[in-house]
Design a protein around this ligand. Structure first.
Ligand code: GZL
Length: 318
């Protein structure tokens, strides 16, 4: 008994339909991503911005970039604008830890996942962000303190240049350093003040420290290289021989720090990786596929001192 031709064709079409559908499926549309950046206060920040912008263009992702110029209110406005534009993802480098519950709640209500890069936030509900891609700042502070203890034989009168008030790296680098030197009663922080992560402010605050403490100062701990370079300028102008008479330790490991170590004016710096672009966009791709994302994606850091500077500077990307 022959099957009518039209029935046979219908059966074949039915069997091939799923295959045809699979082949016709377009690749998923590229996401549109809003990136709210702290500002441009340091060489580290510039490197981070470049890394995220470069990675977006490499992947053909439309990136809406907003520079908050150091103002949290500007960041909140940018996030609201991204929500109104219905972006697919938000990348946020939060200038300070607090004050994010409401706007991150609005992003969640709009169904827009938020990735934190470089700095964390304190929120009541951690489901307000997908993950934090950053260094462990307490560990960085501890590494700096332990190195200084070894370098000075556990005896130092330290002035501390803190980062931006309320920022996660400033809070935690201070905490880690204090933990490390607590084991050494002859290591004391005699002055501590924010230099806002900038070279100019770091120089200004260091000049005030020199004015009030003068030759009592035997070490400087700066929460980033930009402030350390400003402090080195102030020490030079005061004839206090940075890197020799006064030991200087900082964090970031940007190129300027290596140049200062080669010159013998900076003693050591703890690396804090700013090249977070690839990890950020890999994480977005994984999230889109429904993969489970850890709440904290920790970057590895290491310390560089003068003995490694001349070699290491040749390999530095930022
Ligand atoms: C660290 C970053 C800090 C850098 C500074 O992740 O937030 O902010 O250490 C930058 O140089 O200004």
């Amino acid at each position: 008994m022959s099957i009518p031709r039209r029935v046979a064709l219908a059966v074949i079409a039915f069997c091939l339909a799923p295959l045809a559908a699979a082949q016709s499926k377009d690749p998923p549309r590229k996401p549109v991503v809003g990136f709210s950046q702290v500002g441009a206060e340091s060489a580290w920040r510039t490197a981070e911005t470049a890394s995220i912008k470069d990675e977006a263009s490499k992947r053909g992702v439309e990136l809406k970039f907003a520079d908050a110029q150091g103002k949290q209110a500007a960041q909140v406005r940018s996030l609201r604008s991204f929500i109104a534009q219905k972006v697919d993802y938000i990348i946020l480098a939060p200038i300070v830890e607090s004050g994010w519950d409401e706007v991150l709640g609005d992003a969640k209500a709009a169904g827009i996942p938020v990735l934190l890069v470089d700095r964390g936030v304190k929120v009541k509900d951690e489901s307000l962000f997908v993950t934090l891609i950053a260094s462990d700042f307490v560990e960085e502070g501890r590494m700096a303190g332990e190195w200084l203890a070894k370098q000075t034989g556990g005896k130092a009168s330290i002035v501390e240049l803190q980062g931006t008030t309320g920022a996660a790296p400033a809070i935690d680098r201070r905490k880690g350093f204090a933990q490390a030197i607590a084991a050494h009663p002859d290591m004391r922080i005699i002055k501590s003040q924010s230099g806002d992560f900038s070279r100019a402010k770091g120089k200004e605050v260091m000049e005030a420290f020199i004015k009030s403490e003068g030759r009592k100062i035997t070490a400087v701990y700066a929460h980033n290289d930009d402030m350390a370079l400003g402090a080195i300028q102030a020490l030079d102008e005061a004839g206090m021989k940075p890197g020799a008479g006064v030991t200087v330790i900082s964090i970031d490991a940007v190129k300027g720090a290596f140049e200062a170590m080669v010159e013998g004016k900076l003693n050591a710096t703890v690396e804090c990786n700013p090249l977070l672009g690839p990890m950020a966009f890999d994480t977005i791709e994984k999230h889109r596929k429904g993969e489970t994302i850890p709440k904290f994606i920790k970057q590895t850091d290491r310390l560089f001192d003068q003995s490694q500077a001349a070699e290491a500077i040749k390999m530095r990307q930022y």
